[in-house]
Write a protein that binds this ligand. Structure first.
Ligand SMILES: NC(=O)C1=CN([C@@H]2O[C@H](COP(=O)(O)OP(=O)(O)OC[C@H]3O[C@@H](n4cnc5c(N)ncnc54)[C@H](OP(=O)(O)O)[C@@H]3O)[C@@H](O)[C@H]2O)C=CC1
Ligand SMILES: O=C[C@H](O)[C@@H](O)[C@@H](O)[C@H](O)C(=O)O
Length: 325
């Protein structure tokens, strides 16, 4: 069983009735190294992480499945049921007849017989085919959201996933979904941090019973394209210094206090520990007011293209509804 020293992460009950650990470990990495990631996931389980976020697109599903299986063998957890696994369906599978095959592929990759949460990764449909990234504008197709959501509901009914949800959905896209959803989305996973606070979207989701989960809670990994506005924030640094915390911890704590879940990625032991040391202290009203004044800037506001020479360039998808205005 888990060691005495491991942190207990609070649970949040989703609208589906299932409990989700409010902090998840992200497994997206620009240059994904399987061995390093596997060791980090096992370390994370030792530390107390019980929720893992992956996606078919990340190439990390198989590694995550192996790490969880090894953690069971090592006796760090009793069984697969002791962890909460989220994965996501890529845009090329955003077609009604491709949803069921896609979840089955993810389950095969993970070597699991059910997911805890299955998300539509982006409200964008791409020409069917193998997972393609970067997105090619000429392959964008109209999204049959009703048909795709019906198929997601079928996945839940078949027991292939305990809950279903969405990611990168604006209030407008959610409104569209509510026109026909029989099972409401349990989660909307979006970019959320003190430098992109998403107040309108958070208020809307709270009203609708959707749990918002923050991705890129520390500003993300694209700081070679767009400078990281969270980890370099003077306001956050000032608060961190005064409280004897790190800037990362101030950001994570602020997100928690907004009632949102967190998906944070680090494959370094010291940071894995630090990112969970956020449950036994609070921000003051004055500190929250200062955080409210941080200038707002979204990072993943456009899709990303890998230029032939290997450098990432931003391609404007402004006409596709993925950014809350
Ligand atoms: N649904 C979606 O469209 C998206 C989902 N995601 C999910 O969310 C997860 C988290 O978001 P992500 O964009 O990865 O970025 P994060 O905001 O979690 O930041 C991760 C970066 O910060 C570093 N870091 C982690 N902890 C600390 C710390 N305490 N102090 C300083 N630096 C730290 C990490 O490096 P290191 O590992 O070296 O510590 C990493 O480079 C992803 O891994 C993925 O699972 C992400 C983007 C989009
Ligand atoms: O560089 C690639 C981008 O980060 C892209 O892969 C992400 O925005 C992705 O949707 C994710 O979930 O991580």
């Amino acid at each position: 069983m888990a060691s005495e020293a491991s942190t207990k992460i609070p649970l949040k009950t989703l609208s589906s009735g299932h409990d989700m650990p409010i902090v998840a470990l992200g497994t997206f990495e620009l240059s994904f190294d399987q061995e390093n990631a596997k060791a980090a996931i096992i370390e994370a389980i030792k530390i107390g992480y019980r929720h893992f976020d992956t996606a078919c697109q990340y190439g990390s599903e198989a590694t995550l499945g192996e790490a969880i299986a090894e953690a069971v063998q090592l006796g760090l957890i009793g069984s697969r049921a002791d962890v909460f696994v989220t994965t996501k369906q890529w845009c090329t599978d955003n077609h009604p007849d491709r949803v069921l095959p896609a979840i089955k592929t993810s389950l095969r990759n993970l070597k699991m017989d059910y997911l805890d949460l299955y998300l539509i990764h982006w409200p964008i449909s791409m020409k069917p085919g193998p997972i393609s990234f970067p997105l090619k504008r000429e392959e964008v197709m109209p999204l049959d959201l009703k048909g795709v959501w019906e198929a997601m509901e079928e996945c839940q009914k078949l027991g292939l996933t305990k809950s279903i949800g969405v990611s990168n959905f604006t209030t407008k896209k959610l409104e569209e979904l509510f026109q026909f959803a029989n099972i409401p989305p349990a989660v909307n996973q979006v970019e959320l941090n003190p430098a992109w606070q998403q107040q309108k979207l958070r208020e809307y989701c709270a009203k609708k019973g959707i749990t918002v989960t923050a991705y890129s809670p520390l500003g993300g990994q694209l700081n070679f394209i767009t400078p990281n506005t969270v980890l370099t924030s003077d306001v956050l640094e000032e608060i961190a210094d005064a409280k004897g915390k790190s800037v990362a911890q101030i950001s994570l704590r602020w997100i928690l206090e907004q009632g949102a879940g967190i998906v944070v990625k680090s494959f370094k032991k010291e940071r894995l520990v630090q990112n969970l040391e956020i449950f036994d202290w609070e921000l003051t009203e004055e500190e929250c007011a200062k955080i409210s004044s941080i200038p707002q800037k979204k990072v993943v506001s456009t899709e990303l293209m890998l230029a032939p020479e290997g450098s990432l360039t931003l391609v404007d998808f402004a006409d596709i509804d993925i950014v809350e205005k």
